[in-house]
Design a protein around this ligand. Structure first.
Ligand code: URA
Length: 219
């Protein structure tokens, strides 16, 4: 962040609409604070709704908040979030300026377990609202749970990653979807060698950047 500007002024200078200035998303965030649609509401410290730019053409969806996210109330701010940010930056995408970042479930599952199908289904209407309001052209799905939660497709992320899908129906209609390895998996598999998960993810992210440029058309 700039040392000369406060956070809101810095965001403005970057062309980012602060999340709390978008009335519909601010309303959604406040509705989420009161949510008790599943039992995760009882153990959370904070509801983790989103960070980033509500006008972004790219949405990043992860699995669910971890301990740090639960404490700070922001998605992807722990170690895996830092890696995600670095990898996005390496292809010219600044996560807070060029993306809107959120999760399949908005409350931390105890012990960082995978959210259950019921929890994902209970949280889905919030996610559908976010997608409709932000209206991203491209959605990056970080990890197998994000793919399962959004598309209902269960399977190894190794097979699913790197393959474009086109959303069909509901909030996904017409959007481009790209599954990638979850950054926490990349933290456990740090090799950057050709063909390693990190190398593949970097290529997937380059593909995403190319798609965003392509969709933007001539300026
Ligand atoms: N992992 C996720 O999937 N989401 C977060 O917000 C943090 C870690």
């Amino acid at each position: 962040m700039s040392e000369l500007l406060s956070a809101p002024l810095f965001a403005q200078a970057q062309g980012v609409v602060p999340l709390d200035r978008d009335p519909a998303l601010a309303q959604l965030a406040s509705d989420c604070q009161a949510c008790r649609r599943c039992s995760l509401g009882a153990s959370r410290l904070n509801v983790v709704v989103s960070r980033g730019n509500p006008r972004a053409r790219l949405m990043v969806i992860g699995e669910g908040p971890g301990a740090q996210e639960d404490e700070l109330g922001q998605p992807f701010v722990g170690r895996s979030g830092q890696l995600l940010d670095l990898m996005l930056e390496s292809v010219g995408i600044h996560s807070n300026r060029d993306a809107y970042v959120c999760n399949i479930v908005k409350c931390r599952p105890p012990e960082n377990r995978k959210p259950t199908a019921l929890e994902m289904a209970a949280c889905r209407p919030w996610l559908d609202q976010q997608i409709a309001l932000v209206d991203p052209q491209v959605i990056l799905l970080a990890g197998a749970t994000a793919v399962e939660g959004l598309l209902g497709i269960k399977g190894g992320i190794t097979k699913l990653r790197g393959q474009w899908r086109q959303g069909e129906g509901g909030s996904l209609e017409g959007r481009w979807l790209m599954p990638i390895f979850h950054p926490s998996y990349l933290l456990r598999n740090p090799s950057k060698e050709r063909g390693a998960p990190k190398w593949l993810t970097w290529h997937d992210l380059q593909d995403v950047q190319r798609r965003l440029v392509q969709l933007q058309g001539p300026s």
